[in-house]
Ligand binder design. Structure first.
Ligand SMILES: [Zn+2]
Ligand SMILES: [Zn+2]
Length: 306
């Protein structure tokens, strides 16, 4: 078990933020960026005391000094150029701007004609609960996905847009977990291959990743986990397919159709395969999905490989 941050320290740090003036001070740094070109790639700027004072509604300079002292060290720090964000200050202001602190988002369930990868149902519903997007099956009552959605992501997008913005990150999320860096907090990840409880042959194996720090978890067939491996990206790209753009439907469809699969070849050794046209890519992996070798083989397009 990883050492937990002391509750008292966290409570003290968050306690500092329980003040509208201090939130306004932190937002002033983001507001200073408004109107900046997207291409400028400016970091949040350092602001002189007078620049903060101009942007925040406080009664006096001494009141502003008091609040800056409170934020000093945890959320802001003093530099020669003025006040600037610490990592925590920047993270908090991004959280504030995304609206992710403010309860659930408004998202009416959307029916999609994506078949259920677990049972025979021909359609699923996309739902958002507790800021997580799921594909829900009414027949087998499974929920799949669990992709984080923020209010910023829903704002100004129709349901289709929300869906594609969430699924665009699917392959990337697996990749980040596989690279041992939680996509949400950067923490180290524990990865384990399990024999799947699903009754579908194609889903015989499933890999589960869990962040040791924030406990965010993700699961799915090894072929989905490894689709972003360079050997797979190149194999598909050579045949005109960009797998990095695949969403839920494209990924699960290939697994349930048996074109992507996983077999155990030995104790602690597995083969993950991708079939496309007259070729097959084979990745040899261990139980942490670390790839030890790759091979492309020709197959008979009309039948099974080998
Ligand atoms: Zn189902
Ligand atoms: Zn995490």
């Amino acid at each position: 078990m990883a050492p937990m941050i002391e509750n008292e320290d966290a409570a003290a740090a968050f306690g500092i933020l329980a003040d509208t003036t201090r939130i306004a001070i932190l937002r002033a740094f983001a507001r200073a960026l408004e109107g900046a070109d997207v291409g400028s790639n400016d970091p949040f700027p350092a602001l002189a005391f007078s620049e903060v004072y101009d942007r925040v509604d406080v009664d006096s300079t001494s009141q502003l000094s008091y609040h800056l002292e409170q934020l000093d060290g945890t959320y802001l720090r003093r530099t020669d150029d003025g006040w600037t964000f610490t990592f925590a200050g920047e993270s908090i202001v991004r959280l504030v701007l995304s609206g992710a602190y403010a309860g659930d988002v408004d998202f009416d369930p959307v029916p999609v004609d994506t078949p259920c990868p677990i049972c025979d149902a021909e359609a699923l519903r996309v739902v958002v609960e507790d800021l997580l997007l799921f594909w829900a099956c009414e027949d087998c009552e499974r929920r799949m996905g669990g992709l984080p959605v923020t209010p910023a992501q829903v704002r100004g997008r129709d349901p289709e847009g929300v869906l594609s913005s969430a699924t665009a990150r699917m392959v990337t999320r697996y990749w980040r977990f596989r690279e041992n860096a939680c996509p949400d907090c950067g923490g180290a990840v524990e990865l384990e291959l399990q024999e799947s409880a699903a009754s579908v042959d194609a889903l015989e194996w499933t890999a589960v990743g869990c962040c040791r720090q924030c406990r965010r978890s993700i699961h799915g067939p090894p072929s989905i986990w490894l689709v972003s491996h360079p050997a797979s990206v190149a194999f598909h790209w050579d045949r005109g397919v960009d797998v990095r753009t695949f969403g839920f439907r494209e990924l699960t469809g290939r697994v349930t159709a048996g074109r992507w699969g996983t077999n155990r070849v030995d104790a602690g050794e597995y083969r993950v395969t991708y079939r496309l046209e007259d070729a097959e890519l084979r990745l040899t992996v261990d139980e942490t999905l670390s790839v030890s070798s790759t091979a492309r083989v020709r197959t008979d397009p009309s039948g099974d490989p080998d």
